[in-house]
Design a protein around this ligand. Structure first.
Ligand code: NAD
Length: 468
């Protein structure tokens, strides 16, 4: 059911979608199949509720955000169980994500007592110049399924904290966690209409939200192709757009790396969450000298993995088709590449080698448990390979050399660089985002998120009008 103005309502059309469990394809729940009418009602409601919400002090808004985060912490087990069911991921992983969502809320709540602006000098005497943050108005929040609660938390907490009203369109694959978040928001005292939740398909519920003339900001986490469309459509009416998109992240293993550590991080980076992470290490660039032992250990390590399903049958077919095409084009599939013989949408963890850097499998984000091995002769080769990608989200290097690590960090095209660990995202206090096709340059999380959800206004204060 949708949440509009504090009321739980079905889609205007009365239509429903069926949400199946990825682990066994059984029915989890029915989801409101919303359309333009539902979106229009939610946007109008948000517009009506926003001014009064913006009148509340930042401290008050922060207190309500904190209350919501604490409620989510209280309901951690329930929330994590919902996420585990709707995504098919292990409960432990889902619980860690619930904790991450809570932490984001607590971090944002603290901004109620900071939200710093600047004071600066003016060229004229008897003047003070300062900046204050202003809400934008109505924010459309549209997100992917992969880590549903953090995906919501990274947008909803800063959006409402900054004094906006929001219409949240969760992924059609993860409606249940979004429903719970909406319920908790009501319980926490978020005023009716400040956080609305509209369920449905991207083309039917997401597109009208992007197209709506009265939406001031579209904050989107998802694929580059959808992001490109959103940027065009929202850009036409000059709405602000924050796009956090895909990655084809590389993890580099130098000849001086601790191989055991590098293999462990490569496995975790490529295959956790079935590779459905924007920061997943879908490319492994390995120095010639250690290529063979690294490959051997990596393939051996795959046997220890307990595969998790991908989100849908379509995703499973798309991923296995792409690996088949890579094989047809001359790459070698070292292991995996097919559906596992068990219920649900499981793709066998897959390692591919001998693919050209301009091959489809090297350039396309598969968002599944697939990684491709490449050889590099030296650090410059490795950096060139890493940068030879449409994406630039995260990158990692394994080396004992500070010089190599810093050279890599400085030259690699990515929003986040990691030395001697995995390709991963960030923590609540660190800005996260990428370059090239990975986004439009905004950063989510951290105080940088406030820049997405607010405008900075410069205030000129003449302190002694008689003297000007
Ligand atoms: P997607 O683009 O298919 O869908 C994302 C969301 O957009 C969903 O809610 C969907 O319903 C909606 N949507 C789809 N078409 C739309 C349209 N025309 N108008 C408005 N909304 C529309 O992506 P996905 O398969 O859910 O997610 C995978 C992608 O997300 C990957 O590319 C991944 O890297 C990326 N991702 C990025 C980050 C990041 O922070 N950079 C984090 C997580 C996921």
């Amino acid at each position: 059911m949708n949440l509009v103005g504090g009321r739980v309502v079905p889609a205007a059309s009365g239509q429903w979608l069926e949400k199946l469990r990825p682990a066994d394809e059984t029915l989890l729940c029915r989801v409101a199949r919303s359309g333009a009418k539902d979106v229009a009602a939610a946007v109008a409601t948000a517009r009506g509720a926003q001014p009064a919400w913006a009148e509340r002090t930042a401290v008050e808004r922060g207190d309500i955000v904190r209350e919501l985060a604490l409620l989510l912490r209280e309901r951690r087990e329930e929330a994590s169980a919902i996420v585990a069911e709707e995504t098919g991921k292990p409960l432990g992983l889902a619980s860690g994500e619930t904790d991450a969502a809570v932490e984001m809320g607590l971090f944002v709540a603290g901004e109620g007592r900071r939200s710093y602006g600047r004071t600066t000098t003016a060229s004229m005497a008897h003047r003070t110049v300062l900046t204050i943050r202003q809400p934008l108005g109505v924010a459309a929040l549209i997100m992917s399924f992969n880590t549903p609660l953090p995906n919501i938390a990274w947008k909803a907490f800063p959006a409402i904290f900054c004094g906006n009203a929001a219409v949240l369109k969760p992924s059609e694959h993860t409606p249940a966690s979004a429903w719970l978040f909406g319920e908790l928001a009501r319980e926490a005292g978020v005023p009716d209409g400040v956080l609305n939740v509209i369920h449905g398909l991207g083309a039917e519920a997401g597109a009208p939200l992007v197209e709506h003339f009265d939406v001031d900001l579209v904050s989107f986490t998802g694929s580059a192709s959808t992001g490109r469309w959103i940027n065009e459509v929202a850009g036409r009416r000059l709405a602000k757009t924050c796009l956090e998109l895909g990655g084809k992240n590389a993890l580099v293993v130098c000849d001086d790396a601790d191989l055991e550590l590098a293999v462990r991080w490569a496995l975790a980076s490529a295959f956790s969450n079935a590779g459905q992470r924007c920061a997943s290490a879908s490319r492994l660039v390995v120095f010639d000298e250690v290529y063979d032992p690294f490959r051997e250990r990596l393939v051996a390590g795959l046997r220890e993995l307990d595969p998790q399903p991908v989100i849908s049958r379509e995703a499973m077919d798309r991923i296995t088709d792409a690996v088949r095409r890579a094989g047809d084009a001359g790459a070698r599939v070292l292991c995996g590449g097919e559906r596992l013989d068990r219920p649900g949408w499981h793709v066998a963890p897959t390692v591919v080698e001998n693919a050209a850097s301009d091959a489809e499998i090297s350039r396309t984000e598969l968002f599944g448990p697939v990684t491709v091995l490449y050889r590099a002769g030296n650090l410059d080769d490795a950096i060139a390979l890493v940068n030879d990608s449409p994406y630039g989200l995260t990158a990692a290097i394994h080396t004992a050399s500070v010089h190599r690590a810093m050279r890599f960090a400085e030259r690699v095209q990515a929003g986040v660089v990691v030395v001697n660990a995995g390709t991963h995202g960030s923590e609540p206090h660190m800005g996260f985002g990428g370059v090239k096709d990975s986004g439009t340059g905004w950063r989510e999380a951290g105080v940088e998120a406030l820049d997405v959800y607010s405008d900075l206004k410069v205030v000129n204060l003449v302190t002694d009008p008689m003297k000007t």
